[in-house]
Design a binder for this molecule. Structure first.
Ligand code: ZN
Ligand code: ZN
Length: 267
C-alpha cells in the first residue's frame, strides 16, 4: 500500500505547487514573497513536478496569454480549437516551448515582472533531469509495489502534472456550472474541488484573475490552496495583496444568491 499512499501524497504536492507557485504567484502575482522563498519554491517545483518540470517563466507567460485570449485562436489551449484533449495538450506543449525558449516575439505586457531563475533552469529543465526523476519513480515502484495492479499507477505518476493541467484546461472549459457569464467558456467543473485544490473553480478565477481565493462565491466552494496561502501569509512566507471586491450583480441568478451575498462579503 506504500505506493498508493506515495501516489496520493505526490498528486496533492504536485497540484499544490502548480496552483500556489506557478499559477497564483508566477502568473498572477496574487501575493508577494522574498527572493529566498521564491528560490525555495522554484526548487520545490522541481522536486514535485520532476519529469514534467515546468519553468515558472514559461508557465507564467503562457497562462497570462490564456486569460487574455481565452477561447480565441490565440489562446495557447482551448477545447474550442482542438479535436480532443490529446491534441490540445500537444499544442500546449508546442506553445509552451515557443514561449519558454523565446522562439517567438511576445508582447511585453505578458512578460513584465515574470519570475525567472536562469541558473536553476539549466539543471531542472534538461532531459538528464527528467530521465533521472522518471527512473527514480520507476525504482520506487520496483522496491515498494506489493501487487501487480499498483504498477497501473505508474504511467499516471510519470505524467501527473500534464494530467492535472488537462483536467483544468479541458474539462473546466466544457463541463460544470457558471457563477459568472463571461465571453469565454470557463466553468466550475466540480461542486467541491477535492481533486485539484481550488483549480476547478475556473469560472470564478476567469472572472477575477487577481483574486487569491478561487472559491467562496457559493457556500460549498472551498479553495484549499487559498486556506494554505492564508497560513503562509500569517507565518510571513508570503504577503497577500488587498482582497478583490466581488461584484455579485454579474452572477447568474439562482436560488442561492442570498447565501452567496453573505459569503461574498467575507472574501
Ligand atoms: Zn481557462
Ligand atoms: Zn489563471
Amino acid at each position: 500500500m506504500a505506493i498508493v499512499i506515495i501516489f496520493i501524497v505526490h498528486w496533492y504536492l504536485t497540484i499544490f505547487i502548480h496552483s500556489f507557485f506557478l499559477h497564483r504567484y508566477a502568473s498572477h502575482k496574487q501575493f508577494t514573497m522574498s527572493r529566498g522563498w521564491e528560490k525555495f519554491f522554484y526548487i520545490m517545483t522541481w522536486m514535485t513536478l520532476g519529469s514534467n518540470y515546468l519553468s515558472a517563466y514559461g508557465y507564467g507567460v503562457m497562462h497570462r496569454m490564456h486569460h487574455a485570449f481565452a477561447d480565441t485562436k490565440d489562446d495557447p489551449h482551448s477545447p474550442k480549437f482542438s479535436k480532443n484533449v490529446f491534441e490540445m495538450m500537444w499544442q500546449t506543449r508546442t506553445r509552451y516551448n515557443n514561449i519558454n525558449y523565446q522562439k517567438i516575439d511576445i508582447d511585453e505586457k505578458f512578460t513584465s515582472g515574470a519570475v525567472q531563475w536562469h541558473a536553476f533552469e539549466k539543471i531542472a529543465d534538461t532531459w538528464y533531469s527528467r530521465l533521472f526523476y522518471a527512473f527514480a519513480i520507476i525504482a520506487l515502484y520496483a522496491f515498494l509495489a506489493t501487487a501487480w495492479w499498483q504498477w497501473l499507477l505508474l504511467p499516471i505518476h510519470l505524467v501527473m502534472a500534464p494530467i492535472q493541467g488537462a483536467i483544468v484546461n479541458w474539462f473546466s472549459h466544457i463541463f460544470g456550472y457558471r457563477n459568472f457569464e463571461l465571453k469565454n467558456t470557463s466553468t466550475n467543473s466540480l461542486p467541491f474541488d477535492f481533486l485539484l485544490l481550488g483549480e476547478n473553480y475556473h469560472n470564478n478565477h476567469h472572472k477575477y484573475g487577481s483574486r487569491a481565493n478561487f472559491g467562496g462565491i457559493r457556500w460549498h466552494e472551498i479553495d484549499i490552496t487559498y486556506q494554505i496561502i492564508k497560513v503562509f501569509n500569517f507565518l510571513g512566507i508570503v504577503k497577500l495583496k488587498k482582497p478583490v471586491t466581488v461584484n455579485l450583480k454579474t452572477t447568474v441568478p439562482g436560488p442561492s444568491l442570498e447565501v452567496e451575498e453573505k459569503v461574498a462579503k467575507r472574501v
